[in-house]
Design a protein around this ligand. Structure first.
Ligand SMILES: Cc1ncc(COP(=O)(O)O)c(C=O)c1O
Length: 358
């Protein structure tokens, strides 16, 4: 049986939650369950306000608008991230500025803090690693630069056990696609402690109605609502969050213990970080690619790391720092199967297959 790089874990409890919602007579659209989910996630990451939206991409876009980012604003993004991070900046009409990453694959603070005239930074705790987040937050505050935390991968990780991911900066976002720490199929959330930003987000999300059920509108607004049907599974998944986090951590430790191959380095995590995907590093892109094909033959699916934004053809010409680290290192990385569904025997098989690679 093939081992997938990722699959969501949908439990009996999740199925019951959805069927009991469907039996409740709810109108499917956003209502009490969505509010419950927003409240639970906000409390978990110590934020005052949360707003559920259809996906993480829209969550970043709306965060930028709420932060006052517009045409002419310059926004720093890391070179290693999923494409949504930079596309949301472009969608908001702003000018992206690509910043190199450090050895933790997060935005390089030394390179960031030399850029002049930034309006905002989107910091990504990539793969649950949080390294420079607190320093960058402090620097942004000092320099009056808005900070948006794209925490799509990092629900349950912390910055040195001091700040939860999703609690950093002016606004932060989560994504709830099937690959994420919890899922509701599609889904996203924006969080903030700033009442004005929250109100702006709420207006943008709900057609800017003058009051509930009114067809008079105080200004421009669109529809970024989710459904209580999604929230029913989101809440059930959220109740299992601690178990997902501990399984992710335990499986990572098991893999790390068995893997012994001089061609391969298992990338490290701190104990206050939750590994989203288990990443391996090789000494070259060629070896990484050879390993990918070797694993395909062994019916184990892996996933090459995100390529650098700077290597996407359509982003050619975007302003950037020197990108030496991310451009030389990212092609050596691969993600192993990382589902919480993995069985002990599958973890052993993955690790032993890695040990036999030469
Ligand atoms: C770092 C990062 N940001 C944003 C997103 C976009 O989230 P969504 O797919 O929910 O739109 C993703 C999706 O994988 C992501 O990995």
């Amino acid at each position: 049986m093939k081992i997938n790089q990722f699959e969501p874990k949908i439990s009996k409890k999740d199925k019951l939650a959805v069927s009991s919602y469907l039996n409740s007579g709810g109108w499917l659209t956003e209502n009490k369950l969505t509010k419950d989910l927003e409240n639970k996630v906000a409390a978990y990451v110590n934020r005052k306000y949360a707003i559920a939206v259809p996906n993480g991409t829209q969550a970043i876009y709306l965060s930028l608008l709420a932060a006052g980012i517009e045409k002419g604003s310059v926004v720093a993004v890391p070179n290693l991230t999923m494409i949504a991070t930079i596309n949301a900046v472009i969608w908001a009409g702003a000018t992206p500025y690509i910043v190199d990453t450090d050895e933790y694959l997060c935005m390089d603070f030394e390179k960031l803090n030399k850029i002049k005239n930034l309006d905002a930074v989107v910091y990504v705790p990539l793969n649950g690693r949080t390294k420079n987040g607190i320093d960058i937050d402090r620097w942004c505050k000092k320099n009056n630069i808005k900070l948006i935390e794209d925490s799509a991968h990092a629900l349950g990780s912390t910055y040195e056990n001091k700040i939860m991911c999703g609690g950093l900066g002016d606004l932060s976002i989560f994504s709830f696609t099937p690959h994420k720490i919890i899922t509701m199929g599609q889904g996203g959330m924006v969080l903030t402690d700033n009442k004005k930003m929250f109100e702006k987000l709420f207006k943008l999300k709900t057609f800017n109605r003058m009051k509930n059920k009114s067809d008079w509108h105080a200004g421009f607004g669109l529809n970024f609502k989710i459904t209580d049907l999604q929230a029913s599974i989101g809440l059930s998944q959220f109740d299992q969050l601690n178990s997902f986090i501990s399984t992710k951590k335990k499986n990572y430790q098991k893999l790390k213990k068995i893997i012994k191959n001089e061609n391969v380095t298992v990338s490290e995590f701190e104990n206050y970080e939750t590994p989203w995907f288990y990443d391996l590093k090789f000494n070259s892109k060629a070896t990484r690619n050879k390993f990918f094909s070797y694993m395909v033959k062994n019916e184990i699916e892996t996933r090459p790391h995100y390529p650098c934004l700077s290597k996407q053809k359509y982003l050619k010409g975007v302003m950037s720092t020197n990108l030496e680290y991310s451009e030389t290192e990212s092609d050596k990385l691969i993600w192993l199967p990382s589902s919480t569904n993995l069985k002990v025997k599958e973890i052993k098989l993955i690790a032993e297959t890695i040990n036999n690679f030469s």
